[in-house]
Design a protein around this ligand. Structure first.
Ligand code: RRO
Length: 304
C-alpha cells in the first residue's frame, strides 16, 4: 500500500482534502489516539494566507442533496501565527522531528493562497524555510486582485504566476486546481510546464442556495458570503471526469478528490490515473474515514 509521492514515502494513498480536517482540533476532541494512529498518510493543512482573516459572515454552510455548499471564506490566523503556533503543534501531533525528519511520521503539506504573485512568493519562501513542512500545496482558486478572475482558471495567468514564484521553494509544489474553468486539462498542463511537481483536484464547484423563506422578495442568497462551493457525493462524477482529463494530459502525479466516501470511489480515481486520493466532506461524518478507506483499498488490491 505504500506509495512514493514527490519524493515522500507514504504509508498508503489516502490523504485529507485541505480545509476539511483540523488536526489540532481533532486531537482536542479525540485525544491521543489520533496521534497514535493518524487516519491519513500525509496531512494537508487548511489554506493559510499572509494576513489573518475572519472568514465570511454566517451562515457558512448549506446542506444540498448529496453534498454540502460551503462559504467559509478562508478564516485563518495568517502566516506568522500559523508558523509560530500551529506548526510546532502539528509537528508534535504528526511525529515530526525538529529538523523535519519523519521516519514513521506523517508528512505535513501546508496549503497556501495569495491574491498576487508577490503574496504567493512570500508564502512559499516562508514555508520553504521550515523543515517541518514536507511539501506545499498552492490553492489557485483565489481571484486575482487586479483582474478579479480566479488565478487558476486561466492557463496563461496560472503559468505566469507559477513561473514568477516557483524559484521561492525547493520543496515539492502541488498546485490545487480549480474545477471552475473551461479546460482543467489545459490548466494542469500549464501548471506542469511552469514547474509544478504535482496537481490536485477537484476543489469545490461554484454553487449557491437561496434562503428557504420563499416569501422574501427578492429572494436572498442563504450564505453570508453570497455564493459558495459544492462538495460531497454530488460532485463525485464531475471529479472523476476532471481527474481523468488531467491525468491524460500531464506526466506529474495527480491527487484526486471529490465525493470520496469509500474505497471503491478511491479506486475509481486511482484507475483513471490518480497517485493519491484525498477525502474531504466525508471526514465531517467520520474523522477516521482515511484509515478505513486505506484498509478497504488494500483488500481490493489483494483481491485483484
Ligand atoms: O475557505 C473557503 O471558503 C474555501 C476554500 Br479556501 C477553498 O479552496 N474551497 C472551498 O470550498 N472553500
Amino acid at each position: 500500500m505504500s506509495v512514493e509521492f514527490c519524493g515522500l514515502a507514504l504509508r498508503h494513498p489516502v490523504i485529507n482534502g485541505s480545509g476539511t480536517f483540523d488536526a489540532i482540533a481533532a486531537r482536542r476532541a479525540f485525544g491521543e489516539d489520533l496521534a497514535a494512529s493518524f487516519p491519513f498518510s500525509a496531512y494537508v493543512s487548511k489554506t493559510i494566507t499572509l494576513q489573518p482573516r475572519d472568514g465570511n459572515p454566517p451562515p457558512r454552510l448549506w446542506e444540498a442533496s448529496g453534498g454540502l455548499i460551503n462559504s467559509i471564506g478562508l478564516p485563518n490566523k495568517g502566516l506568522e501565527v500559523y508558523l509560530r503556533e500551529d506548526l510546532p503543534q502539528l509537528a508534535d501531533l504528526l511525529g515530526l522531528a525538529a529538523d523535519g525528519a519523519a521516519p514513521g511520521a506523517v508528512p505535513l503539506i501546508t496549503n497556501v493562497m495569495g491574491a498576487s504573485a508577490e503574496q504567493i512568493a512570500e508564502l512559499l519562501g516562508a514555508c520553504d524555510a521550515r523543515p517541518e513542512i514536507a511539501a506545499i500545496e498552492l490553492n489557485v482558486s483565489c481571484p486575482n486582485v487586479k483582474t478579479g478572475l480566479d488565478i487558476g482558471a486561466d492557463p496563461r495567468q496560472l503559468a505566469e504566476v507559477l513561473r514568477a514564484v516557483r524559484g521561492r521553494t525547493s520543496k515539492p509544489l502541488i498546485v490545487k486546481l480549480t474545477p471552475n474553468t473551461a479546460d482543467v486539462g489545459a490548466c494542469a498542463l500549464a501548471a506542469q510546464e511552469a514547474g509544478a511537481d504535482a496537481v490536485s483536484l477537484i476543489n469545490t464547484l461554484r454553487a449557491t442556495a437561496l434562503s428557504p423563506d420563499g416569501r422574501s422578495r427578492p429572494r436572498r442568497p442563504w450564505l453570508g458570503g453570497g455564493t459558495g462551493g459544492l462538495s460531497g457525493p454530488a460532485i463525485r462524477a464531475v471529479a472523476l471526469a476532471q481527474v481523468e482529463a488531467v491525468a491524460a494530459r500531464v506526466a506529474i502525479p495527480v491527487v484526486g478528490m471529490g465525493g470520496v466516501q469509500n474505497a471503491r470511489h478511491a479506486q475509481d480515481l486511482i484507475d483513471v490515473g490518480a497517485t493519491l486520493v484525498a477525502v474531504g466532506t466525508e471526514t465531517f461524518r467520520d474523522p477516521g474515514v482515511g484509515a478505513r478507506i486505506a484498509h478497504e483499498l488494500q483488500e481490493i488490491m489483494v483481491g485483484r
